[in-house]
Design a protein around this ligand. Structure first.
Ligand code: HXC
Length: 483
């Protein structure tokens, strides 16, 4: 299947000769179900420390060749020990998961082991980056720890994630489904959103992990490492990217590539909820998180999935001292019974919460449409944006010109001899009056109306003058985001 062994995986991922293993001689000590006759090398998991591009990391890799990588008590103890070490020493933890879940022969002891891992995942959340790599059929408890971590990596054909496997589904529901269709790599990269990075091979996956580690800090006490800045090297002119017809889509990633150092944009959850684009890039050599509506997919609206995707990323950036740049072009939240019943109120509120809560530097550039709830949600001044820029093409209004004219000029249109001509005239009137950035700028909601070509310069300046940003919030135990 192209699977490496657990030890090969660690050695491939880490810098040469940097791996130091712990707890090689740990034994399970279980006697039931013939376990006393089974030698389980390292109790099915390899743990230790090493470096990636010189950055220290803690790592563990479950070994499927030893009792299916199943998690017994000592296996869990090895993992919690290395997690404790990562938290104490303030370094990222990488878990390579390849496990059939709780070791059945050890009963409640293995369930306890999972509970202790989940507890540590939660305590460490927001303090050290936690990465999960799914490199085998992961079932039961083996998928809940990854779900509590910050980034999940999957590989085509190799990764499977599910709570209850095909056998249980067959028994309980009488349905036949393959492991791949139930929880294969594509399923989690495209449909569930559980996976953040999708690769064709383990080698490609390890390159993604290394690149991510290069973008993020070792802990919330630090900033990501600064590298030598490089000017963008993008072949399109930024002022030519947005089509002159406001209804025409374009790829917002082109805007990001036009402003980011070396045009190097590292996208996250590329295959999930494509109506929003998230990822890391560098500005003047320092890591920045980008959040951008994607007009090419559903006109860039916010819906349940894109709200979840954006909100979680914003919270990661905020936890780890990474400034956020938002590019906005969207007509609002997605209307419809499906979305309402799927909970777009609850999910959409996560974006409002995440932006409002974030205290890292927050900069917004309104490229084109900023209608209604979308205007507020996408890091508006009212949610605490530090800098608000708008291109001259920006349209900031309660809703699109057609819809607005039909409502507020309904009487005039109905009574006109030529209703179409009257409608066109009123739409034009509305566009001139409201669908521009100047009304918002006149109220101070927008700081500057800028030319597209000025964007990188102004973003660099905004980041430079935000370096010492401090925002004190009222003390509380924790907030209650709309989970
Ligand atoms: C003990 C296990 C095991 C387990 C696999 N093995 N899972 N041993 N406990 N949970 C062993 C098998 O007995 C076998 O041993 C070897 O690992 C390889 O397994 P196979 O079944 O031959 O491999 P494969 O066909 O690839 O199937 C992999 C699998 C399947 C899909 C993961 O093994 C499976 O369904 N396992 C059980 C999954 C599960 O239901 N786990 C949930 C546990 S409950 P030998 O000696 O023959 O090589 C749980 C609760 C946590 O995790 C809840 C948290 C909230």
């Amino acid at each position: 299947m192209g699977k490496l062994t657990a030890r090969q995986r660690i050695l491939e991922l880490l810098d040469n000769d940097s791996f130091h293993e712990y707890d090689l001689f740990v034994e399970h000590g279980v006697h039931d179900f013939g376990m006393d006759k089974k030698v389980l090398y390292g109790d099915g998991v390899i743990t230790g420390t090493g470096t990636i591009f010189g950055a220290p990391v803690c790592i563990y890799a479950q070994d499927f060749t030893v009792a299916g990588g199943s998690l017994g008590l000592m296996h869990a103890r090895k993992i919690t020990k290395i997690m404790d070490h990562a938290l104490k020493m303030k370094m990222p933890i990488i878990g390579i998961n390849d496990s059939g879940g709780a070791r059945i022969q050890e009963g409640v002891a293995s369930l306890a082991g999972y509970g202790e891992i989940f507890y540590r995942n939660t305590i460490a959340s927001g303090i050290i980056p936690q990465l999960s790599v799914i490199l085998g059929p992961c079932a039961g408890g083996a998928v809940y720890s990854p779900a509590l971590t910050d980034f999940v990596f999957v590989v085509e054909n190799i990764s499977k994630m599910f709570i209850t496997g095909p056998n249980v589904i067959k028994t309980v529901l009488g349905e036949d489904i393959s492991m791949e269709d139930l929880g294969g790599a594509k399923v989690h990269a495209e449909i569930t959103g559980n996976a953040h990075f999708y690769a064709q091979s383990e080698a490609e996956c390890f390159e993604q992990i290394k690149k991510l580690i290069s973008f993020i800090p070792w802990s919330n006490k630090q900033k990501a490492e600064k590298i030598e800045p490089k000017e963008p090297a993008f072949d399109k002119r930024i002022e030519d990217i947005i089509p002159s017809d406001a209804k025409e889509p374009y790829d917002v990633r082109d805007i990001i590539k036009s402003v980011v150092d070396d045009s190097d944009f590292f996208e996250i959850q590329e295959l999930f909820a494509g109506n929003i684009v998230i990822g890391f890039g560098r500005m003047n050599g320092e890591t920045v998180g980008f959040v951008a509506n994607q007009p090419m997919v559903l006109a860039g609206v916010l819906d349940c999935d894109s709200s979840d995707k954006a909100a979680r990323f914003i919270r990661f950036c905020d936890s780890f001292n990474i400034p956020i740049i938002t590019f906005e072009d969207m007509p609002g939240y997605l209307p419809g019974v499906d979305q309402e019943h799927a909970g777009v109120i609850r999910h959409g509120a996560k974006v409002l919460y995440a932006y409002s809560e974030a205290t890292v530097p927050k900069i917004t550039v309104i490229l084109r449409k900023a209608y209604g709830g979308g205007y507020i949600a996408m890091n508006s001044r009212h949610l605490g944006a530090d800098f608000m820029f708008a291109w001259p093409s920006a349209e900031i209004a309660v809703m699109g010109p057609e819809g607005a004219a039909n409502i507020i000029f309904r009487k005039e249109i109905m009574e006109a001899e030529d209703q179409n001509a009257m409608r066109q005239e009123k739409v034009k009137e509305y566009i001139e009056k409201f669908a521009n950035p100047y009304v918002a700028a006149s109220k101070g909601y927008i700081d500057s109306v800028i030319e597209p070509t000025e964007t990188r310069t102004l973003l660099l300046h905004a980041l430079e003058v935000s370096k010492n940003k401090e925002e004190i919030r009222p003390e509380k135990k924790h907030g209650l985001p709309p989970f």
